[in-house]
Write a protein of this length. Structure first.
Length: 148
């Protein structure tokens, strides 16, 4: 099977559905932290705004300019991050990295929907785009924790 055919299969119907319906798009009026991240390989970018209280995410918004894989990841994150603790978000980020790079386990609930991106493990040039939303969220939460 050719590499091009494999790449086309990577963009499954579920990934395209997630990419077409990203929750929490936009920006927050008064975020506790804002982080913009960019994937140098493909140019995908995401800006996340987060508010948090007592170590849990209370509001979240995202401006996503990424490929379908990055959009699908942002969709799963946006749909599940509210109410999560900083540790849960960090664990999801670490698990996503391990899933893509080391065939590690699927990120824990509520981020287990990221399993749909497991086939992208073979495409290292796509990893940064897939990880943008959780990388930016963790960075924002670390900023909040430092000021608390």
């Amino acid at each position: 099977m050719s590499g091009e055919t494999d790449l086309i299969k990577l963009y499954s119907g579920r990934i395209l559905e997630l990419a077409a319906d990203i929750p929490r798009l936009g920006r927050l009026d008064a975020p506790s932290a804002t982080v913009k991240r960019r994937s140098p390989l493909c140019g995908s970018t995401i800006t996340v705004d987060i508010t948090a209280e007592d170590g849990c995410v209370t509001d979240y918004a995202q401006d996503v300019k990424a490929c379908a894989l990055g959009q699908a990841a942002a969709s799963v994150v946006g749909g599940n991050i509210i109410g999560c603790s900083f540790d849960e978000v960090r664990a999801a980020r670490d698990a996503l990295h391990a899933m893509l790079k080391e065939d590690g386990p699927t990120p824990p609930a509520p981020f287990d929907g990221l399993e749909v991106l497991r086939p992208a493990a073979s495409y290292k040039n796509r990893h940064a785009s897939i990880c943008l939303s959780l990388d930016a969220a963790v960075e924002a939460l670390e900023q909040i924790a430092q000021t608390a």
